[in-house]
Design a protein around this ligand. Structure first.
Ligand code: ANZ
Ligand code: ZN
Length: 823
């Protein structure tokens, strides 16, 4: 056939790119670093990946054509539970399975035309990679950023592993079976009553366990991670807000209550200091220090705490300790409870109960027959539903001694001067639990010795490599004697190796640094190079990573700075979180049975379609009709160039006519528009400009014998406009046009003349056009502003044709097309 087929040319251009080293980053001091979130090695690219990597690839190609030295690497997030499960299912081992997956995915990426610097490929399950996880773990340890502590963890009985909070989902119990992501959990306590916590993978209800676990102390950076968000102007407000909520900064105060009988005090944390006079009881969390003391003496309490640990005990459950606390302002003696609704690691792990103004305290007080005292009333004198419902809004203080009559905000300020009160900021962010009781991850480089406690493996013994995989019911590492049995690095006695492996989020928290010097054998990355190169100019990835992954990346970067390994504290300049590809209104996915494979419609058609469908941030619907538009566009472009190069060039006029000036001007405008659109990731607008330019050039071809120069310039510009999007096609066209070298390295077109603010101009014309009907009728009337209307994008060539018909001597035509007239 005469048409274009990507399959026929793919291998040829790939070999040319390879030979020319097009995608190899050079040694420029500050290359443009374009990165897509590396994929989990599942074995196939899904449409989410395709969209993600098409965005980075198009942008990287565009920057390269702008003359930048571009770093656009790719690697593999290759550890994790699914590989282990697949190994069981398919009777293989995680490593072979992962390697097969990588081969398949890499092949698919090549077919898609993604231009990566494969010389920098990084695979997290390689000992050469994960040894640096271990090395960094040790540096973090030395810096006091690692904790080993007993913690109540979420435990999936089916996967036999600890789950991070984010891997626990709430599932509604009842008719609607809607899973909510872990990230939404904390914000909606009211919903908790009708939901169960389930494992994100297998949906088994989660239970609790106490285990010694390894943590990274990310909370040390809570304040900085929170405040730094303000300056991240290249991130969307939405993502920043979600990060803020996750970190959960709470401004408030601590109030100190004396516990006379035990000669101790309890600090409670509150965000509503203005309600302090309404406090009628004190409640401790099951893990509070005082609770721990009391448990030793009180059997009922001990049983209750065990029950809560086991995941039972609802929001109103609790036990009266019999102890009393003295209210520091009223002097009243208040009962002290231990209650499940008070969380160990929020605030101080203790609250003052204010049933009149807080939902949870109200429910608890009702269940335990505790009194209620109103301390705040509505400012406008309107009523409340007390005592049946708490009044939770700000208002004016009442029954609060000298603070009566003050507004809540003012009272919160003033009360800070009380002796028993301290200003206090807390964060909801918890330390990062990195222990996993699973095989397919980075072994934590620790040895447990009876005499020396836990001892870090010396650097020269890194990496601690995974032993061969064996199938067992629990953690395969526990089952491997050769792995577990070792000697203590300190005293030489027999000792046991730690069998926990690291959360795979550790791997992805710094992989972007390994790309800079992937083969370095003396350090995880080259500090000087990293300081030159960071921050990443553009980072693109799915919305599902808008919180944890990015938080961990930001934490690691700061920790590395404090270790003296880096000088850039904020790693990502511009972040693009791409939206979802939908099919029949649902997220396209294999599990929903509505997935479309990346090359089902041809790699370049898919690339063109996913970029033209919507702004990267938006969701869009996959429709066959729009896909065929993308296919047609490629054929049109191909046909245009082909018929030009096959036509008899001597037919071209060599004299410059007014409408050639018009074409040149229009080309200049399109170049400026497309350039601005690429700069701002508006690929969908690039594609509409390309459609427009194709229409224009086809009309010239149909109606005119073109003056060779501007027409050819148009074709060359067109080829370069699409080169970032359909790279194989563009190479074909570029060589058909007789150009030397690959278009992937061609220079980006530039306007011949400065282009005025075309956006404003176009927008004005567009809006005016909407008001004017029968616009072609105005041709021939020589009012300049009317003519300008006619020149609007969709109409100008039509106007030109009509004008020629109406006025064969071309006087009007000249007027329409000549610069002076239009300006
Ligand atoms: C008294 C009070 C009165 C409170 C009132 C609220 C309203 P947000 O703003 O959602 O973060 N709190 C403090 N530590 C807690 C813990 N360890 N476990 C459970 N709850 C805890 O909630 C802040 C409020 O959560 C704090 O302010 C405290 O209750 C409670 F009318 O103190 B408040
Ligand atoms: Zn020892």
């Amino acid at each position: 056939s005469q048409g274009y087929s990507h399959g026929r040319v793919q291998e040829y251009w790939q070999s040319v790119w390879e030979r020319e080293g097009v995608y190899r980053a050079g040694d420029a001091p500050d290359p443009t670093y374009v990165l897509g979130m590396f994929p989990y090695t599942s074995g196939e690219l899904h449409m989410g990946h395709v969209r993600n990597y098409t965005i980075t690839d198009a942008y990287a190609r565009y920057r390269r054509m702008q003359g930048d030295d571009v770093l656009h690497p790719m690697g593999w997030d290759a550890f994790g539970l699914p590989a282990e499960n697949a190994a069981y299912d398919r009777n293989t081992d995680p490593r072979s399975w992962t390697e097969t997956c990588i081969r398949q995915m890499r092949e698919e990426m090549e077919t898609m035309g993604f231009g990566y610097d494969w010389s920098r490929e990084v695979t997290t399950c390689d000992p050469d990679y994960y040894r640096w996880n271990q090395w960094l773990f040790k540096r973090f340890y030395d810096e006091g950023l690692v904790d080993y502590k007993a913690a109540t963890v979420n435990w999936c009985p089916d996967c036999e592993t600890v789950l991070a909070d984010a891997q626990v989902e709430e599932r509604a119990v009842g008719p609607t079976d809607i899973a909510v992501t872990g990230e939404a959990r904390d914000s909606d306590t009211d919903a908790a009553a009708e939901t169960v916590d389930v494992c994100w993978r297998c949906e088994t209800p989660v239970s609790r366990r106490d285990l010694d676990q390894w943590f990274f102390r990310i909370t040390e950076y809570a304040e900085e991670l929170h405040d730094g968000l303000d300056d991240l102007e290249g991130w969307s407000d939405g993502v920043r807000e979600r990060q803020r909520n996750w970190i959960g900064r709470r401004e408030g105060a601590t109030v100190t209550f004396e516990v006379p009988r035990r000669d101790t005090t309890v600090d409670v944390f509150t965000t509503r200091l203005d309600t302090v006079y309404g406090g009628t009881f004190v409640a401790l969390s099951p893990g509070h220090d005082l609770t721990r003391e009391l448990v030793a003496e009180d059997e009922t309490l001990a049983q209750y705490v065990d029950m809560v640990r086991g995941g039972e005990g609802d929001g109103t459950s609790g036990v009266d300790t019999g102890l009393r606390a003295t209210h520091p302002l009223t002097g009243d003696s208040l009962p002290i409870y231990v209650a499940a609704y008070v969380l160990d690691d929020v605030g101080t792990g203790a609250v003052m109960g204010v049933p009149a103004h807080n939902e949870r305290d109200h429910a608890f007080a009702e269940a335990h027959d505790l009194p209620l005292t109103q301390a705040v009333e509505p400012v406008d004198g309107s009523g409340t539903n007390l005592p049946d419902e708490p009044f939770t809004e700000d208002g004016m203080l009442t029954a609060s001694d000298e603070y009566d009559g003050l507004a809540s905000t003012a009272a919160r300020e003033r009360l800070l001067d009380e002796d028993a009160v301290e200003e206090h900021v807390t964060y909801r962010l918890r330390d990062w639990l990195i222990s996993r009781q699973r095989y397919w991850g980075t072994p934590i480089p620790v040895v447990h010795c009876d005499d020396c406690g836990h001892v870090l493996v010396p650097d020269e013994d890194l990496p601690v490599e995974l032993p061969p995989f064996v199938k067992t019911t629990g953690n395969p590492l526990d089952a491997s004697e050769e792995f577990v049995e070792t000697t203590c690095p300190d005293c030489g006695a027999e000792a046991r190796r730690e069998t926990d492996t690291m959360d795979t989020f550790v791997d992805s928290a710094w992989y972007f640094l390994r790309f800079l010097s992937p083969d370095l054998e003396t350090a995880p990355f080259d500090t000087d190079r990293a300081n030159d190169l960071l921050p990443i100019d553009v980072y693109v990835g799915g919305d599902e990573h808008a919180i944890l992954h990015l938080l961990y990346v930001r934490f690691f970067t700061r920790a590395l700075c404090d270790l003296g390994l880096l000088a850039v504290r904020e790693p990502i300049d511009r972040l693009v979180n791409q939206g979802t590809v939908l099919y029949d209104g649902q997220k396209m996915s294999k599990s929903k049975g509505n997935a479309i494979a990346p090359h089902e419609y041809g790699a370049e058609t898919t690339r063109l379609f996913v970029l033209s469908a919507a702004h990267p941030r938006q969701d869009f619907e996959w429709t066959a009709k729009k896909v065929s538009t993308s296919y047609d566009l490629q054929q049109q472009v191909y046909g245009l160039v082909r018929s030009y190069v096959e036509s008899d060039e001597t037919a071209a006029r060599d004299e410059h006519a007014p409408h050639d000036t018009y074409l040149e001007r229009e080309l200049d405008r399109t170049i400026a528009a497309v350039t601005a659109d690429y700069d701002r990731f508006r690929f969908h607008r690039v594609v509409s400009e390309v459609h427009g330019l194709v229409r224009l050039l086809r009309r010239y071809q149909a109606y005119q014998t073109p003056y060779k120069y501007p027409y050819e310039r148009g074709l060359r510009a067109l080829t370069r406009f699409i080169a970032p999007i359909t790279p194989f096609l563009a190479e074909e066209l570029w060589s058909m046009l007789g150009e030397e070298g690959v278009v992937a390295e061609a220079r980006w077109p530039e306007p011949l003349q400065a282009v005025p603010d075309y956006r404003i101009e176009r927008e004005l014309i567009r809006r005016t056009l909407e008001d004017v009907r029968g616009i072609t009728d105005v041709v021939g009337i020589d009012a300049p502003e009317r003519i300008e209307l006619v020149v609007a994008q969709e109409w100008k060539y039509r106007a030109y044709q009509v004008a020629r018909e109406a006025d064969p001597d071309a006087a009007v035509v000249g007027r329409i097309m000549a610069d002076e007239e239009i300006r």
